[in-house]
Design a binder for this molecule. Structure first.
Ligand SMILES: Nc1nc2c(ncn2[C@@H]2O[C@H](COP(=O)(O)OP(=O)(O)OP(=O)(O)O)[C@@H](O)[C@H]2O)c(=O)[nH]1
Length: 345
C-alpha cells in the first residue's frame, strides 16, 4: 500500500427518487482524473441503479468500478455484503482513491456509518462525509409531513411511537446523519417553495450543516468530496429514531417486481405507469421495457406521480428482452390496482 492514509468514502443518502443516482453519475463524469468507485445498494430486486451507472459510457469508468450490493438493506447486511465488497475494492492492484456509497432510499445511514468501525475495515477507510439528497418538490408537497391528527391518535395509544408516518422517520434520520445537504430538483420549484423547504430542512437539523441548492445533482465535486468529517467517530452528534435498537426492520415498506411485455408506444406505457403511481401507498416505480421494432431498452421511472422515460442502451446480444417494473410502496399498497394499471386495464 502506498500510504497508511484511510480511503475516504462518501455516503450518499436520500429518499427514493431524490436524485442519488443522478448525483453519482455527475460525480463520475466530473471526477477530474480521480479514481472513484461506487457501491450501490437498492431496495427491490431490479438492480437498476448499477446498470444505469454502468451503462453510462463515462470515460475512465469501468464495470469493475461499480459494485452492486445484493438486494437488501445495506445497513443490515454489513458483515455479509458490505465489508467484503469494500475490502475487495481496497485490495485491487489499483484501488480507488475515493469511494461513493449510494444507499437505498429507504436505508438509515447511521448503522452504515457505524459499520466503518468494524475491525476489518476501520484502519483502512473513513466516512469523508454523509451527503443527504433531498427531493425538494416532494418535501414541498408534504410527502414527509406528519398528519397531526393521526400522530396525536397514535401517541395516545402508544407513547413510544415517534411518528405515524414512516416516511417522515426515514427522511429525518437521513437529515440527522448528514454532513451536507443537497436540496435537489430546484428547477421544479418556485421561489416560495424553496424558501419553505429550506426552512423545513433547517428546522430538522440538530447542528450547523450546510445546505446547497442544486438541480440534477450538478454540484462541483470538491463541494462534496473531501469534507473530512470522519463521521464514524462522532455518531453521538447524529441522533436517529432507531438509536438503541440492535436491528431495525423494514416492515413499513415493500416492493414487487411486475413483468411488462413489449409495447408499441413509449408514451402509452408512461401513461400506464402514471396511473399505477396513483394507487394508494405507491412511492416509486422504475423499470424497463422492450419497444416493438426498437433495438434500445426503454427506461421508465416515476417518482410520486411524475413519470419520465428514455432509451438508455441497446439490448445486449443474447439478453432476454423481458420488461419489468419494480414498484416500492408502503406496506400493504394496492398491488392489484398497480398491476391492472400497468396492464392497461
Ligand atoms: N426535475 C428534476 N428531475 C430530477 C432531478 N434530479 C433527478 N431527477 C429525476 O428524478 C428521477 C429520480 O432520479 P434518481 O437519480 O434515479 O433518484 P434516486 O435517488 O437514485 O432514486 P432511487 O435509487 O430509486 O431511490 C429521475 O427521473 C431523474 O431524472 C432534478 O434536479 N430535477
Amino acid at each position: 500500500m502506498s500510504t497508511l492514509a484511510k480511503t475516504p468514502c462518501t455516503v450518499v443518502t436520500g429518499f427514493l427518487g431524490a436524485g442519488k443516482t443522478t448525483l453519482v453519475r455527475h460525480l463520475l463524469e466530473n471526477a477530474g482524473g480521480r479514481r472513484l468507485a461506487v457501491l450501490v445498494n437498492e431496495f427491490g430486486d431490479l438492480g437498476f441503479d448499477g446498470s444505469f451507472i454502468e451503462g453510462c459510457g463515462i470515460e475512465g469508468c469501468t464495470q469493475d468500478d461499480i459494485v452492486e450490493l445484493p438486494n437488501g438493506c445495506i445497513c443490515c447486511t454489513v458483515a455479509d455484503d458490505f465489508v467484503p465488497a469494500l475490502t475487495k475494492l481496497l485490495d485491487r492492484p489499483n484501488p480507488p482513491e475515493h469511494i461513493l456509497i449510494e444507499t437505498s432510499g429507504l436505508a438509515l445511514p447511521k448503522p452504515l456509518v457505524n459499520a466503518f468501525n468494524w475491525p476489518a475495515i476501520r484502519s483502512r477507510v473513513t466516512v469523508d462525509g454523509v451527503v443527504a439528497v433531498v427531493d425538494g418538490p416532494a418535501v414541498a408537497a408534504g410527502l414527509f409531513a406528519d398528519d397531526p391528527e393521526a400522530l396525536a391518535a397514535q401517541r395516545a395509544a402508544d407513547q413510544s411511537v415517534d411518528h405515524d408516518n414512516p416516511l417522515e422517520e426515514v427522511f429525518e434520520d437521513q437529515l440527522l446523519c448528514a454532513d451536507l445537504i443537497l436540496l435537489n430538483k430546484t428547477d421544479a420549484m418556485d421561489e416560495s417553495e424553496r424558501a419553505r423547504v429550506l426552512a423545513d430542512i433547517r428546522e430538522h437539523l440538530p447542528r450547523a450543516v450546510k445546505v446547497v441548492e442544486t438541480a440534477h445533482g450538478r454540484v462541483e465535486p470538491r463541494v462534496l468530496l473531501g469534507l473530512g468529517a470522519a463521521a464514524e467517530t462522532d455518531l453521538e452528534a447524529r441522533p436517529s429514531h432507531h438509536d438503541g435498537e440492535d436491528d431495525h426492520d423494514h416492515d413499513d415498506f415493500e416492493s414487487v417486481s411486475i413483468p411488462v411485455g413489449a409495447v408499441a408506444d413509449p408514451g402509452a406505457l408512461a401513461i400506464r405507469v402514471e396511473r399505477a403511481a396513483e394507487a394508494a401507498g405507491v412511492l416509486r416505480i422504475k423499470g424497463f421495457a422492450p419497444v416493438e421494432g426498437k433495438p434500445m431498452r426503454l427506461v421508465v421511472q416515476g417518482v410520486g406521480r411524475r413519470v419520465a422515460h428514455h432509451f438508455d442502451r441497446p439490448w445486449r446480444a443474447g439478453e432476454a428482452r423481458d420488461g419489468r417494473m419494480v414498484v416500492i410502496g408502503l406496506k400493504g399498497f394496492d398491488r392489484g390496482a398497480v398491476e391492472a394499471a400497468l396492464r392497461g386495464g
